[in-house]
Design a protein around this ligand. Structure first.
Ligand SMILES: Nc1ncnc2c1ncn2[C@@H]1O[C@H](COP(=O)(O)OP(=O)(O)OP(=O)(O)O)[C@@H](O)[C@H]1O
Length: 216
């Protein structure tokens, strides 16, 4: 489904990623590990074109991501961040629905879909609450729902459990694993946690000195 071939990226002549090859299959639960500064976030940003690569190709279902308008790409890829990135002055439901509004979807349908997903993650009763009133684990569940709203092919999760205690981190990943099956979505999770990789990964890579190595 997602193919990276010979992808490279430098910042100010400093190579960060060098000839990266990766493949993520539909519905796969894949992990990426690497030391701080190894280029994990950079790689994720290349996938959703927050940054442009220098060389190489990235395709989704055989189509180069360069051929897709940004809104089309955002429909295919949901993103989750360590810091949740929820708007503080919008309610939980508004935060979620906004993700679809930006892509021009029907507000009523989106609201129904958002409520279905909120119910699924156990937060139906928090729909009209501000995110600042929620715990970190709850906020991340809201961010997961927001990422799922547009029925993406893949969710890119950049340290989704970085701000959570180990138990909550495991719960969030368990939920993500269940949702990828129910919703038919692949996930690429960045984490520093060896424990989480050993527990959850179906496929994992380590990023080191600009290269990516698949763990067997
Ligand atoms: N926009 C940018 N301009 C210049 N250098 C950058 C830029 N973004 C990242 N870098 C550099 O690229 C390297 C990789 O950064 P990146 O954020 O991808 O690492 P990371 O593996 O995600 O790190 P962490 O685990 O700390 O989040 C770092 O040395 C960083 O300083």
């Amino acid at each position: 489904m997602i193919h990276l071939e010979q992808v490279s990226k430098s910042f100010e002549q400093q190579p960060i990623l060098h000839n990266i090859n990766m493949h993520i299959a539909p519905g796969e639960f894949a992990f990426l590990q690497g030391r701080s500064g190894s280029g994990k976030s950079t790689l994720v940003k290349l996938l959703y074109r927050e940054l442009e690569r220098d060389t190489g190709s990235i395709t989704i279902d055989g189509v180069s991501i360069d051929k897709l308008a940004k809104y089309e790409l955002r429909r295919k890829m949901g993103v989750i961040f360590q810091s949740f990135e929820l708007l503080e002055r919008k309610t939980v439901l508004e935060n979620i629905v906004l993700a679809g509004q930006i892509l021009g979807r029907d507000p009523d349908k989106m609201e129904a879909e958002a409520m279905r997903l909120l119910k699924r993650v156990g937060l139906e009763e928090k729909a009209h609450v501000l995110p600042t009133k929620l715990s970190g684990g709850q906020q991340q569940r809201v961010a997961i729902v927001r990422a799922l709203l547009n029925k993406p092919k893949i969710i890119l999760a950049d340290e989704p459990t970085g701000n959570l205690d180990p138990e909550t981190a495991s719960e969030v990943l368990m939920l993500m694993r269940e949702l990828r099956e129910e919703e038919g979505v692949a996930m690429l999770v960045i984490t520093h946690s060896q424990h989480l990789i050993e527990t959850f990964a179906e496929k994992s890579w380590i990023l080191k000195e600009g290269g990516v190595y698949e763990r067997q």
